[in-house]
Design a protein around this ligand. Structure first.
Ligand code: 13P
Ligand code: SF4
Length: 352
């Protein structure tokens, strides 16, 4: 049966109902005005109908625009949750609202599904910082040391590694690797590598070999301003992403990935919270915890924000070749092994 690619236009009454739904979901609380709600509603109305007709699913990373998260996403999460839920979904098409390495991971885990990335140019500074040849050179220089690689990498890089990690499981998986090895290679996020060295009591260059990649969003938040904010907002709890510098992570109340930061906020009662990461997490936190106060300190990721409702609709109506994610079978098979190992080690709760 031919794929349905058009659902027509909403009637004025349908448009009004959809705009009200978006307002209730939390867009009003985030400052969307009537005309912005109407613009978003025209698109979400079509996207949700087409998605259903095409048996498509929309996973969205927490850094996506609020109108995507609250208007069309089927599941929202950090990199680990998206990889896990994407693999479990029985949809025929995945319209991935995130960046390329995430969509590629979804394709590797679901090779029979069509995976579309609405913004095909959405990359990641970490992913672009290292090549497969770089990993091979590291392995040659440190023979026998297992390579743990952050999920923010290309398929070719993953294919050279022993285990993939995300911000949700890196310390746990690294501990398991150290139970069997004296030296471990971790790439490509140097900030996360330094934060891990501190947490695990390892020495960089001796028992932990790192790569000098950084995230353009997290690598230069100002650590000195933390003291100023603590005076300005007495009792504020400050949380920072694992990809931030050690100068910053050493003066905050909690370090973690986006999923763990949200959980920490849920589990604690404080006068206010500051989430030092991409701005999308703060928007989501404001809608999920309407009774809590969030002090802004964030930066936008140009890659994550390249995804718009217009581009999601275009991927459903007339996907282009560049939006379609293709991963050659041989490299996908090699990259699947370290991803499968991540699931295994991450879910293993036996003592390391
Ligand atoms: P997590 O949501 O997995 O913490 O990742 C953050 C990030 O920068 C993704 O690109
Ligand atoms: Fe990459 Fe940083 Fe953007 Fe995440 S926030 S996609 S790590 S550049």
């Amino acid at each position: 049966m031919a794929l349905k690619t058009s659902v027509g236009e909403p009637t004025p009454a349908e448009l009004e109902t959809e705009a009200a739904r978006l307002a209730d979901k939390g867009l009003s609380g985030l400052g969307y005005r009537d005309e912005e709600l109407e613009r978003a509603a025209r698109l979400t109305w079509k996207i949700n109908r087409l998605k259903k007709a095409q048996r498509a699913v929309i996973p969205a990373h927490v850094y996506q625009r609020p109108e995507i998260l609250l208007g069309v996403a089927d599941f929202i999460g950090d990199s680990y949750k998206l990889a896990k839920l994407g693999a479990a979904s029985d949809a025929e098409r995945i319209i991935f609202c995130g960046v390329r390495f995430m969509a590629e991971t979804a394709k590797i885990l679901s090779p029979d599904k069509e995976v579309l990335l609405p913004a095909p140019e959405a990359g990641c500074s970490l992913s672009e910082s290292i090549t497969a040849a770089d990993v091979r050179a590291l392995k040659k220089k440190h023979p026998g040391a297992p390579v743990a690689v952050y999920i923010n990498t290309t398929v070719a890089v993953k294919a050279e590694c022993d285990v993939v990690v995300t911000s949700a499981n890196a310390p746990k998986i690294m501990r398991k690797l150290y139970a069997e090895h004296e030296k471990v290679i971790f790439a490509p996020d140097a900030m996360m590598g330094r934060n891990l060295a501190k947490e695990l009591g390892k020495t960089i260059g001796k028992d932990l070999i790192i790569w000098e990649g950084t995230c353009i969003v997290h690598d230069n938040f100002d650590a000195a301003s933390v003291e100023f904010y603590r005076k300005m907002y007495p009792g504020v709890k400050i949380l920072a992403h694992f990809e931030c510098t050690p100068a910053l992570t050493s003066v905050v109340d909690y370090i973690g990935g986006t999923g763990d930061m949200m959980k920490w906020v849920d589990d604690h009662k404080a006068s206010s919270y500051m989430l030092i990461t991409e701005c999308g997490l703060g928007d989501l936190a404001r809608t999920e915890f309407p009774d809590k106060v969030f002090v802004p300190m964030c930066r936008l990721c140009p890659h994550m924000k390249a995804v718009t409702l217009e581009r999601v609709l275009s991927a459903l109506e007339r996907p282009t070749a560049s939006q379609r994610i293709e991963v050659p079978e041989a490299v996908a098979a090699r990259a699947l092994r370290p991803i499968a190992r991540m699931f295994e080690l991450s879910e293993d709760n036996s003592p390391s």
